[in-house]
Design a protein around this ligand. Structure first.
Ligand code: MEV
Length: 435
Protein backbone atom coordinates (compact mmCIF):
# COMPACT_ATOMS: atom_id res chain seq x y z
CA UNK A 1 0.00 0.00 0.00
CA UNK A 2 1.52 3.34 -0.96
CA UNK A 3 0.34 6.76 -2.01
CA UNK A 4 2.13 8.69 -4.70
CA UNK A 5 4.60 11.41 -3.78
CA UNK A 6 5.63 12.70 -7.14
CA UNK A 7 8.27 15.26 -8.06
CA UNK A 8 7.12 18.87 -8.47
CA UNK A 9 8.15 18.87 -12.11
CA UNK A 10 5.94 15.83 -12.80
CA UNK A 11 3.78 17.67 -15.31
CA UNK A 12 6.85 18.76 -17.25
CA UNK A 13 8.16 15.23 -17.72
CA UNK A 14 7.47 13.27 -20.90
CA UNK A 15 4.65 10.75 -20.85
CA UNK A 16 6.95 7.72 -20.45
CA UNK A 17 8.94 9.39 -17.67
CA UNK A 18 5.71 10.29 -15.88
CA UNK A 19 4.49 6.71 -16.12
CA UNK A 20 7.84 5.40 -14.80
CA UNK A 21 7.84 7.86 -11.91
CA UNK A 22 4.35 6.85 -10.95
CA UNK A 23 5.04 3.14 -11.14
CA UNK A 24 8.19 3.54 -9.05
CA UNK A 25 6.30 5.52 -6.48
CA UNK A 26 3.05 3.46 -6.25
CA UNK A 27 4.14 -0.04 -7.29
CA UNK A 28 0.75 -0.89 -8.80
CA UNK A 29 0.12 -4.60 -9.48
CA UNK A 30 0.05 -5.37 -13.23
CA UNK A 31 -3.75 -5.62 -13.48
CA UNK A 32 -4.16 -2.12 -12.01
CA UNK A 33 -1.54 -0.61 -14.28
CA UNK A 34 -2.93 -2.30 -17.39
CA UNK A 35 -6.38 -0.96 -16.48
CA UNK A 36 -5.26 2.68 -16.48
CA UNK A 37 -2.60 2.48 -19.17
CA UNK A 38 -4.28 0.58 -22.02
CA UNK A 39 -1.51 1.09 -24.61
CA UNK A 40 0.87 3.57 -26.18
CA UNK A 41 -1.62 5.10 -28.66
CA UNK A 42 -4.38 5.79 -26.17
CA UNK A 43 -1.89 6.98 -23.56
CA UNK A 44 -0.55 9.45 -26.11
CA UNK A 45 -4.07 10.70 -26.82
CA UNK A 46 -4.56 11.32 -23.10
CA UNK A 47 -1.27 13.18 -23.10
CA UNK A 48 -2.57 15.51 -25.82
CA UNK A 49 -5.87 16.02 -24.00
CA UNK A 50 -4.81 16.72 -20.39
CA UNK A 51 -1.77 17.81 -18.43
CA UNK A 52 -0.03 15.29 -16.23
CA UNK A 53 -1.58 12.43 -18.19
CA UNK A 54 -0.54 8.87 -17.42
CA UNK A 55 -3.40 6.93 -19.04
CA UNK A 56 -7.19 6.79 -18.96
CA UNK A 57 -10.04 5.34 -16.93
CA UNK A 58 -11.88 2.50 -18.68
CA UNK A 59 -15.46 3.25 -17.62
CA UNK A 60 -17.69 0.40 -18.84
CA UNK A 61 -19.33 1.16 -22.18
CA UNK A 62 -22.57 -0.58 -23.10
CA UNK A 63 -25.39 -0.17 -25.59
CA UNK A 64 -29.00 0.35 -24.57
CA UNK A 65 -30.99 -1.13 -27.42
CA UNK A 66 -34.42 -0.81 -28.93
CA UNK A 67 -35.22 2.90 -28.69
CA UNK A 68 -37.80 4.44 -30.98
CA UNK A 69 -37.19 8.19 -31.06
CA UNK A 70 -39.19 10.37 -33.47
CA UNK A 71 -39.92 7.27 -35.52
CA UNK A 72 -36.24 6.27 -35.78
CA UNK A 73 -34.96 3.01 -34.27
CA UNK A 74 -31.83 3.75 -32.26
CA UNK A 75 -29.33 1.99 -30.01
CA UNK A 76 -27.62 4.25 -27.51
CA UNK A 77 -24.01 4.04 -26.29
CA UNK A 78 -23.73 4.61 -22.54
CA UNK A 79 -20.59 4.91 -20.43
CA UNK A 80 -21.44 4.26 -16.79
CA UNK A 81 -20.10 2.35 -13.82
CA UNK A 82 -23.48 1.68 -12.15
CA UNK A 83 -24.62 -1.89 -12.89
CA UNK A 84 -28.34 -1.63 -13.67
CA UNK A 85 -28.47 1.65 -15.62
CA UNK A 86 -28.15 0.25 -19.15
CA UNK A 87 -30.44 -2.70 -18.41
CA UNK A 88 -33.08 -0.28 -17.12
CA UNK A 89 -32.77 1.95 -20.21
CA UNK A 90 -33.20 -1.02 -22.55
CA UNK A 91 -36.17 -2.28 -20.54
CA UNK A 92 -37.89 1.12 -20.74
CA UNK A 93 -37.02 1.46 -24.44
CA UNK A 94 -38.91 -1.78 -25.18
CA UNK A 95 -42.03 -0.72 -23.27
CA UNK A 96 -42.06 2.77 -24.80
CA UNK A 97 -41.40 1.46 -28.32
CA UNK A 98 -44.47 -0.76 -28.12
CA UNK A 99 -46.44 2.34 -27.13
CA UNK A 100 -45.21 4.32 -30.17
CA UNK A 101 -41.84 5.53 -28.85
CA UNK A 102 -40.67 8.94 -27.75
CA UNK A 103 -41.04 12.25 -29.55
CA UNK A 104 -38.55 15.02 -28.97
CA UNK A 105 -37.75 18.69 -29.63
CA UNK A 106 -34.75 20.97 -29.20
CA UNK A 107 -34.08 24.70 -29.31
CA UNK A 108 -31.48 26.20 -31.61
CA UNK A 109 -27.99 25.85 -30.07
CA UNK A 110 -27.79 29.37 -28.68
CA UNK A 111 -25.40 29.89 -25.75
CA UNK A 112 -24.46 32.91 -23.67
CA UNK A 113 -21.02 34.29 -22.95
CA UNK A 114 -20.70 36.92 -20.24
CA UNK A 115 -18.41 39.92 -19.92
CA UNK A 116 -18.34 41.57 -16.46
CA UNK A 117 -17.45 45.27 -16.52
CA UNK A 118 -16.69 47.37 -13.44
CA UNK A 119 -16.95 51.16 -13.22
CA UNK A 120 -19.05 51.38 -16.39
CA UNK A 121 -20.94 54.69 -16.48
CA UNK A 122 -24.63 55.01 -17.36
CA UNK A 123 -23.62 56.80 -20.58
CA UNK A 124 -21.15 53.99 -21.30
CA UNK A 125 -23.88 51.42 -20.75
CA UNK A 126 -26.04 53.25 -23.31
CA UNK A 127 -23.15 53.33 -25.80
CA UNK A 128 -22.77 49.55 -25.48
CA UNK A 129 -26.52 49.10 -25.98
CA UNK A 130 -26.46 51.31 -29.08
CA UNK A 131 -23.49 49.44 -30.55
CA UNK A 132 -25.04 45.97 -30.61
CA UNK A 133 -24.59 45.54 -34.37
CA UNK A 134 -20.93 46.53 -34.25
CA UNK A 135 -20.20 44.22 -31.32
CA UNK A 136 -22.02 41.41 -33.13
CA UNK A 137 -19.96 41.95 -36.30
CA UNK A 138 -16.75 41.86 -34.24
CA UNK A 139 -17.78 38.62 -32.52
CA UNK A 140 -18.65 37.04 -35.87
CA UNK A 141 -15.35 38.11 -37.40
CA UNK A 142 -13.58 36.10 -34.68
CA UNK A 143 -15.54 32.96 -35.73
CA UNK A 144 -15.99 33.08 -39.52
CA UNK A 145 -16.59 29.30 -39.77
CA UNK A 146 -19.41 29.49 -37.24
CA UNK A 147 -21.07 32.23 -39.31
CA UNK A 148 -20.61 30.22 -42.54
CA UNK A 149 -22.39 27.28 -40.93
CA UNK A 150 -25.39 29.45 -40.11
CA UNK A 151 -24.44 30.28 -36.54
CA UNK A 152 -22.94 33.38 -34.96
CA UNK A 153 -24.06 36.44 -33.01
CA UNK A 154 -27.71 36.49 -31.93
CA UNK A 155 -27.88 39.59 -29.72
CA UNK A 156 -26.83 40.99 -26.38
CA UNK A 157 -28.46 41.92 -23.11
CA UNK A 158 -27.21 44.26 -20.41
CA UNK A 159 -27.92 44.18 -16.72
CA UNK A 160 -26.48 45.66 -13.53
CA UNK A 161 -25.67 43.42 -10.59
CA UNK A 162 -27.58 44.79 -7.60
CA UNK A 163 -24.79 44.93 -5.02
CA UNK A 164 -21.51 45.37 -6.89
CA UNK A 165 -23.00 47.56 -9.64
CA UNK A 166 -21.07 45.45 -12.16
CA UNK A 167 -22.39 45.77 -15.70
CA UNK A 168 -23.00 42.30 -17.14
CA UNK A 169 -23.00 41.96 -20.90
CA UNK A 170 -24.67 38.68 -21.89
CA UNK A 171 -23.76 37.92 -25.50
CA UNK A 172 -25.80 35.27 -27.28
CA UNK A 173 -24.16 33.16 -29.94
CA UNK A 174 -25.51 30.28 -32.00
CA UNK A 175 -22.70 27.71 -31.80
CA UNK A 176 -24.18 25.21 -34.31
CA UNK A 177 -22.58 21.75 -33.94
CA UNK A 178 -20.24 22.66 -31.09
CA UNK A 179 -20.81 22.50 -27.36
CA UNK A 180 -19.44 25.99 -27.76
CA UNK A 181 -17.08 26.70 -24.88
CA UNK A 182 -14.09 27.57 -27.08
CA UNK A 183 -16.07 29.60 -29.60
CA UNK A 184 -17.86 31.57 -26.91
CA UNK A 185 -14.76 32.36 -24.91
CA UNK A 186 -12.87 33.42 -28.05
CA UNK A 187 -15.74 35.71 -29.06
CA UNK A 188 -15.87 37.27 -25.60
CA UNK A 189 -12.15 37.93 -25.55
CA UNK A 190 -12.38 39.52 -29.00
CA UNK A 191 -15.14 41.98 -28.06
CA UNK A 192 -13.79 42.72 -24.58
CA UNK A 193 -11.55 45.72 -25.51
CA UNK A 194 -14.42 47.25 -27.52
CA UNK A 195 -16.79 46.82 -24.57
CA UNK A 196 -14.26 48.45 -22.27
CA UNK A 197 -13.78 51.42 -24.54
CA UNK A 198 -17.53 51.90 -25.18
CA UNK A 199 -18.51 51.53 -21.50
CA UNK A 200 -15.58 53.41 -20.05
CA UNK A 201 -15.24 50.51 -17.59
CA UNK A 202 -12.78 47.66 -17.08
CA UNK A 203 -13.50 44.02 -17.80
CA UNK A 204 -13.10 41.95 -14.64
CA UNK A 205 -13.51 38.67 -16.53
CA UNK A 206 -15.34 37.03 -19.38
CA UNK A 207 -16.53 33.45 -19.65
CA UNK A 208 -19.39 31.43 -21.09
CA UNK A 209 -22.37 30.68 -18.88
CA UNK A 210 -23.05 26.96 -18.51
CA UNK A 211 -26.70 27.69 -17.68
CA UNK A 212 -27.63 27.09 -21.36
CA UNK A 213 -31.21 28.17 -20.69
CA UNK A 214 -31.88 28.96 -24.35
CA UNK A 215 -30.55 25.57 -25.41
CA UNK A 216 -33.14 23.25 -23.97
CA UNK A 217 -34.38 19.94 -25.28
CA UNK A 218 -37.31 17.80 -24.33
CA UNK A 219 -39.01 14.48 -24.91
CA UNK A 220 -42.42 12.96 -24.28
CA UNK A 221 -44.28 9.69 -24.61
CA UNK A 222 -47.83 8.54 -24.33
CA UNK A 223 -48.64 4.99 -23.22
CA UNK A 224 -52.10 3.41 -23.25
CA UNK A 225 -52.81 1.97 -19.80
CA UNK A 226 -53.63 -1.35 -21.46
CA UNK A 227 -49.92 -1.56 -22.37
CA UNK A 228 -48.95 -1.16 -18.72
CA UNK A 229 -51.08 -3.89 -17.20
CA UNK A 230 -48.54 -6.68 -17.78
CA UNK A 231 -45.74 -4.74 -16.06
CA UNK A 232 -46.85 -4.77 -12.44
CA UNK A 233 -47.11 -7.62 -9.99
CA UNK A 234 -50.13 -9.91 -10.24
CA UNK A 235 -53.30 -8.07 -9.27
CA UNK A 236 -51.96 -4.58 -10.09
CA UNK A 237 -53.71 -3.44 -13.25
CA UNK A 238 -52.46 -0.79 -15.67
CA UNK A 239 -54.68 1.87 -14.09
CA UNK A 240 -53.22 1.32 -10.59
CA UNK A 241 -49.70 1.20 -11.95
CA UNK A 242 -50.20 4.48 -13.84
CA UNK A 243 -51.79 6.06 -10.76
CA UNK A 244 -48.69 5.17 -8.75
CA UNK A 245 -46.35 6.58 -11.39
CA UNK A 246 -48.28 9.85 -11.43
CA UNK A 247 -48.25 9.92 -7.63
CA UNK A 248 -44.47 9.29 -7.62
CA UNK A 249 -44.14 12.28 -9.94
CA UNK A 250 -46.22 14.43 -7.56
CA UNK A 251 -44.17 13.30 -4.59
CA UNK A 252 -41.01 14.44 -6.41
CA UNK A 253 -42.66 17.81 -7.10
CA UNK A 254 -43.60 18.19 -3.41
CA UNK A 255 -40.51 16.83 -1.72
CA UNK A 256 -37.10 18.26 -2.61
CA UNK A 257 -35.18 15.31 -1.18
CA UNK A 258 -37.05 13.02 -3.51
CA UNK A 259 -36.71 15.41 -6.48
CA UNK A 260 -32.92 15.22 -6.16
CA UNK A 261 -32.91 11.42 -6.42
CA UNK A 262 -35.54 11.52 -9.19
CA UNK A 263 -33.26 13.81 -11.20
CA UNK A 264 -30.20 11.75 -10.35
CA UNK A 265 -31.96 8.82 -12.02
CA UNK A 266 -32.58 10.97 -15.12
CA UNK A 267 -28.92 11.97 -15.21
CA UNK A 268 -27.92 8.29 -14.94
CA UNK A 269 -29.03 8.04 -18.56
CA UNK A 270 -28.10 11.49 -19.84
CA UNK A 271 -24.62 11.63 -18.29
CA UNK A 272 -23.84 8.12 -19.56
CA UNK A 273 -24.60 9.21 -23.13
CA UNK A 274 -22.81 12.52 -22.65
CA UNK A 275 -19.72 10.70 -21.36
CA UNK A 276 -19.81 8.06 -24.11
CA UNK A 277 -19.70 10.83 -26.73
CA UNK A 278 -17.05 12.66 -24.64
CA UNK A 279 -19.16 15.73 -24.18
CA UNK A 280 -18.81 17.78 -20.99
CA UNK A 281 -20.70 15.90 -18.26
CA UNK A 282 -20.09 18.62 -15.65
CA UNK A 283 -21.57 21.33 -17.87
CA UNK A 284 -24.67 19.27 -18.60
CA UNK A 285 -25.13 18.33 -14.93
CA UNK A 286 -24.67 21.91 -13.67
CA UNK A 287 -27.18 23.24 -16.20
CA UNK A 288 -29.73 20.51 -15.46
CA UNK A 289 -29.71 21.06 -11.70
CA UNK A 290 -29.78 24.85 -12.05
CA UNK A 291 -32.78 24.51 -14.37
CA UNK A 292 -34.46 22.20 -11.84
CA UNK A 293 -34.03 24.93 -9.20
CA UNK A 294 -35.06 27.88 -11.41
CA UNK A 295 -38.22 28.65 -9.41
CA UNK A 296 -36.22 28.86 -6.18
CA UNK A 297 -37.36 25.37 -5.24
CA UNK A 298 -35.60 22.29 -6.62
CA UNK A 299 -38.08 20.48 -8.86
CA UNK A 300 -38.15 17.22 -10.85
CA UNK A 301 -37.07 17.56 -14.48
CA UNK A 302 -39.77 15.15 -15.65
CA UNK A 303 -43.46 14.78 -14.91
CA UNK A 304 -46.15 12.17 -15.47
CA UNK A 305 -49.87 12.75 -15.96
CA UNK A 306 -52.94 10.78 -16.95
CA UNK A 307 -54.91 11.79 -20.00
CA UNK A 308 -58.43 10.77 -20.98
CA UNK A 309 -61.69 10.34 -19.12
CA UNK A 310 -61.35 7.83 -16.29
CA UNK A 311 -65.13 7.43 -15.88
CA UNK A 312 -65.59 5.94 -19.34
CA UNK A 313 -62.87 3.31 -19.10
CA UNK A 314 -59.63 3.55 -17.08
CA UNK A 315 -57.93 1.31 -19.62
CA UNK A 316 -58.78 3.84 -22.35
CA UNK A 317 -56.60 6.45 -20.61
CA UNK A 318 -52.99 7.12 -21.42
CA UNK A 319 -49.98 7.76 -19.20
CA UNK A 320 -48.05 10.80 -20.46
CA UNK A 321 -44.40 11.36 -19.56
CA UNK A 322 -42.48 14.53 -20.38
CA UNK A 323 -39.05 15.98 -19.70
CA UNK A 324 -37.35 19.30 -20.43
CA UNK A 325 -33.86 20.52 -19.54
CA UNK A 326 -30.88 22.47 -20.94
CA UNK A 327 -28.68 20.19 -23.03
CA UNK A 328 -25.49 21.82 -24.29
CA UNK A 329 -23.96 18.93 -26.17
CA UNK A 330 -21.92 19.09 -29.35
CA UNK A 331 -21.40 16.68 -32.21
CA UNK A 332 -18.06 18.26 -33.13
CA UNK A 333 -15.27 20.14 -31.39
CA UNK A 334 -13.16 19.66 -28.27
CA UNK A 335 -12.89 15.96 -27.44
CA UNK A 336 -16.09 15.19 -29.35
CA UNK A 337 -15.16 13.53 -32.61
CA UNK A 338 -11.47 13.86 -31.72
CA UNK A 339 -11.05 10.84 -29.48
CA UNK A 340 -11.74 7.55 -31.30
CA UNK A 341 -14.00 6.42 -28.44
CA UNK A 342 -16.14 9.51 -29.01
CA UNK A 343 -16.26 8.86 -32.78
CA UNK A 344 -17.31 5.29 -32.05
CA UNK A 345 -20.23 6.45 -29.89
CA UNK A 346 -21.31 8.94 -32.56
CA UNK A 347 -21.06 6.17 -35.18
CA UNK A 348 -23.40 3.92 -33.14
CA UNK A 349 -25.83 6.86 -33.04
CA UNK A 350 -25.56 7.42 -36.81
CA UNK A 351 -23.55 10.67 -36.50
CA UNK A 352 -26.37 12.93 -35.27
CA UNK A 353 -25.98 16.71 -35.38
CA UNK A 354 -25.83 18.56 -32.06
CA UNK A 355 -29.58 19.23 -31.92
CA UNK A 356 -30.41 15.62 -32.61
CA UNK A 357 -27.92 14.47 -29.97
CA UNK A 358 -29.60 16.74 -27.41
CA UNK A 359 -33.00 15.31 -28.35
CA UNK A 360 -31.72 11.74 -28.02
CA UNK A 361 -30.24 12.60 -24.61
CA UNK A 362 -33.58 14.02 -23.44
CA UNK A 363 -35.39 10.88 -24.64
CA UNK A 364 -32.90 8.67 -22.84
CA UNK A 365 -33.24 10.71 -19.63
CA UNK A 366 -37.01 10.28 -19.69
CA UNK A 367 -36.80 6.54 -20.45
CA UNK A 368 -34.26 6.06 -17.66
CA UNK A 369 -36.52 7.89 -15.23
CA UNK A 370 -39.56 5.92 -16.35
CA UNK A 371 -37.72 2.63 -15.74
CA UNK A 372 -36.66 3.71 -12.23
CA UNK A 373 -40.11 4.97 -11.21
CA UNK A 374 -41.79 1.90 -12.71
CA UNK A 375 -39.47 -0.41 -10.73
CA UNK A 376 -39.99 1.54 -7.52
CA UNK A 377 -43.78 1.57 -7.65
CA UNK A 378 -43.99 -2.11 -8.52
CA UNK A 379 -41.80 -3.64 -5.83
CA UNK A 380 -38.47 -1.84 -5.71
CA UNK A 381 -35.23 -1.67 -7.62
CA UNK A 382 -33.21 -3.92 -5.35
CA UNK A 383 -34.05 -7.19 -7.14
CA UNK A 384 -32.37 -5.98 -10.36
CA UNK A 385 -29.42 -4.48 -8.47
CA UNK A 386 -28.72 -7.70 -6.57
CA UNK A 387 -28.30 -9.66 -9.82
CA UNK A 388 -25.32 -7.47 -10.70
CA UNK A 389 -24.03 -7.59 -7.15
CA UNK A 390 -24.02 -11.40 -7.33
CA UNK A 391 -22.06 -11.29 -10.60
CA UNK A 392 -19.48 -9.02 -8.99
CA UNK A 393 -19.13 -11.38 -6.01
CA UNK A 394 -18.66 -14.29 -8.41
CA UNK A 395 -15.92 -12.37 -10.23
CA UNK A 396 -14.19 -11.46 -6.97
CA UNK A 397 -14.33 -15.11 -5.91
CA UNK A 398 -12.39 -16.00 -9.06
CA UNK A 399 -15.15 -17.05 -11.49
CA UNK A 400 -14.47 -16.26 -15.13
CA UNK A 401 -16.37 -16.59 -18.40
CA UNK A 402 -19.56 -18.66 -18.17
CA UNK A 403 -18.79 -19.48 -14.51
CA UNK A 404 -19.74 -15.89 -13.55
CA UNK A 405 -23.34 -16.28 -14.68
CA UNK A 406 -23.69 -19.72 -13.08
CA UNK A 407 -22.18 -18.70 -9.74
CA UNK A 408 -24.18 -15.44 -9.68
CA UNK A 409 -27.44 -17.28 -10.30
CA UNK A 410 -26.62 -19.75 -7.54
CA UNK A 411 -25.74 -16.91 -5.13
CA UNK A 412 -29.03 -15.18 -5.94
CA UNK A 413 -30.89 -18.43 -5.30
CA UNK A 414 -29.39 -18.82 -1.83
CA UNK A 415 -30.04 -15.14 -1.05
CA UNK A 416 -26.68 -15.06 0.78
CA UNK A 417 -24.72 -12.33 -0.94
CA UNK A 418 -21.14 -12.75 0.22
CA UNK A 419 -17.78 -13.47 -1.37
CA UNK A 420 -17.46 -16.59 0.79
CA UNK A 421 -20.78 -17.91 -0.49
CA UNK A 422 -19.68 -17.25 -4.10
CA UNK A 423 -16.29 -18.91 -3.47
CA UNK A 424 -17.97 -22.03 -2.01
CA UNK A 425 -20.34 -22.28 -4.97
CA UNK A 426 -17.47 -21.81 -7.42
CA UNK A 427 -15.45 -24.52 -5.74
CA UNK A 428 -18.33 -26.97 -5.92
CA UNK A 429 -18.98 -26.01 -9.54
CA UNK A 430 -15.37 -26.66 -10.50
CA UNK A 431 -15.41 -30.00 -8.73
CA UNK A 432 -18.18 -30.92 -11.10
CA UNK A 433 -21.22 -30.22 -8.93
CA UNK A 434 -24.13 -28.04 -9.93
CA UNK A 435 -22.97 -25.25 -7.63
C1 MEV B 1 -30.27 4.92 -8.86
O1 MEV B 1 -29.02 5.19 -9.46
C2 MEV B 1 -31.31 5.85 -9.43
C3 MEV B 1 -32.67 5.83 -8.73
O2 MEV B 1 -32.47 6.08 -7.34
C4 MEV B 1 -33.49 6.91 -9.36
C5 MEV B 1 -34.78 7.21 -8.65
O3 MEV B 1 -34.90 6.95 -7.44
O4 MEV B 1 -35.67 7.75 -9.33
C6 MEV B 1 -33.33 4.48 -8.83
Amino acid sequence: MSSACLPENFRKLGLRQRQDELRDSCHPPPEEWEAVSPGADLDELSDIMVEGAIGSVPVPLGIATGFLIDGQRLDLPMAVEEPSVIAAATYAAGILRRGGGLSTWAHEPVMTVQVFLEDASAAGEKRVRDSEARIGALADRAQPKMKERGGGFRGLELRRLPHSGILVVDIRIDVREAMGANALNTAAETVRPELESLSGGRAVMSILSNAARQRRAGARFSLPLSGLSALGPRGMGGAELARRIVLASRIAAEDEQRAITHNKGIMNGISALVLATMNDTRAVEAAAHAWAARSGRYQPLSAYTLRGAAEESPEGQTLEGAIELPLAVGSLGGSVGFHPASRFALRVLGFPDAGRLARIAAALGLAQNFAAVLAMVTGGIQRGHMRYHAARLAYQAGARGEEIRRVAEAVAETGRYSREEAAGILERLRKGGSG
